[in-house]
Design a protein around this ligand. Structure first.
Ligand code: NDP
Length: 285
């Protein structure tokens, strides 16, 4: 049976390490503060923002919440970001996505100072990752690297296939695997013979946003499978509980791989842990 890569346990270990590190900074009089901006009251966003605040409190990072009404104008949001950029007591700025339709997400994410861009979405940080210089890395792919390393899975020289080429998951994921000396292939919706390309992978990263898309026919015997997807399935019976699943059909794939991430409890918890790591990195020497 495949090794289950335990994101809950690994993210908890990272958060505990960060807590100790933050305590040592506090002894030196250094504090860390994250500004969390939410526009509107999308219920899923409220859950994510709540979880981020909780993680901050656990680690000892101060969080300042800015809950703005749905009607906030883009100019008002840009002005808030500008004031937070100038404020020396703020280390990191996070704008919870998605934003209301009347706002240009790209413009907003690029308005955050690259030095406070703990989500790693600013072009300067995206570019830094490509050229191998210091910068904030997008949290979900950074979490995948930690899952692999802390599960004793070597990336060097391995055939790595990343399916999905979004700016926040697929592309930075490929860059990080390359940085770890993997041999990397990126696939997307126009890739021909997807299953055949995926079967070359020693490490397969699924990030396409399609529930249970990848079955055993996409997986080489003994491969490591990382499932980034997260979907809430409707309850099987009316009034029943909804279930979470990933882009991978776990039951079909697990018997064929050497290690696999479950959903929930795999990549999901790592995203916040790596966000916390980026916050702490703002004061790391
Ligand atoms: P996007 O929708 O931005 O990107 C999806 C990518 O998958 C695109 O590059 C698209 O190709 C590709 N794709 C779509 N369908 C296919 C297909 N049939 N075959 C091959 N490639 C395909 O999604 P994200 O990158 O933002 O997210 C991907 C998944 O990861 C989602 O399920 C999301 O919920 C989850 N996620 C989970 C996080 C976590 O913390 N666990 C954090 C972020 C995302 P093309 O470019 O050609 O259109």
């Amino acid at each position: 049976m495949a090794q289950l890569i335990d994101g809950k346990q690994i993210s908890a270990a990272i958060k505990d390490e960060l807590k100790t590190e933050v305590a040592s900074y506090k002894e030196q009089g250094i504090s860390i503060c994250l500004a969390v901006i939410q526009v509107g009251n999308d219920p899923a966003s409220s859950v994510y923002v709540g979880n981020k605040k909780k993680a901050c409190a656990y680690i000892g990072i101060e969080s300042k919440a800015y809950e703005l009404p749905e009607e906030t104008t883009e100019a008002e949001l840009l002005s808030l970001i500008d004031s937070l950029n100038q404020d020396d007591s703020i280390n990191g700025i996070l704008v919870q996505l998605p934003l209301p339709k009347h706002m240009d997400e790209y413009k907003i994410t690029q308005a955050i100072s690259p030095k406070k861009d703990v989500d790693g979405f600013h072009e300067q940080n995206v570019g830094a990752l490509q050229v191998g210089s210091q910068g904030f890395v997008s949290c979900t792919p950074a979490g995948v690297i930690q899952l692999l390393k802390r599960s004793g899975i070597d990336i060097c020289g391995k055939e790595c296939v990343v399916v999905g080429r979004s700016n926040i998951v697929g592309k930075p994921m490929a860059a990080l695997l390359l940085r770890e000396n993997g041999t990397v292939t990126i696939c997307h919706s126009r890739t021909r013979n997807l299953a055949e390309v995926c079967r070359r992978a020693d490490i397969l990263v699924a990030a396409i946003g399609k529930p249970k898309f990848f079955d055993a026919s996409y997986v080489k015997e003994g491969a490591v499978v990382i499932d980034v997807g997260i979907h809430r399935l409707p309850p099987a019976v009316e009034g029943g509980k909804s279930k979470l699943c990933g882009d991978v059909d776990f039951d079909s794939v697990a018997p064929h791989c050497s290690a696999i991430t479950p959903v929930p409890g795999g990549v999901g918890p790592m995203t916040i842990a790596m966000l916390m790591d980026n916050c702490v990195a703002t004061v790391r020497k």
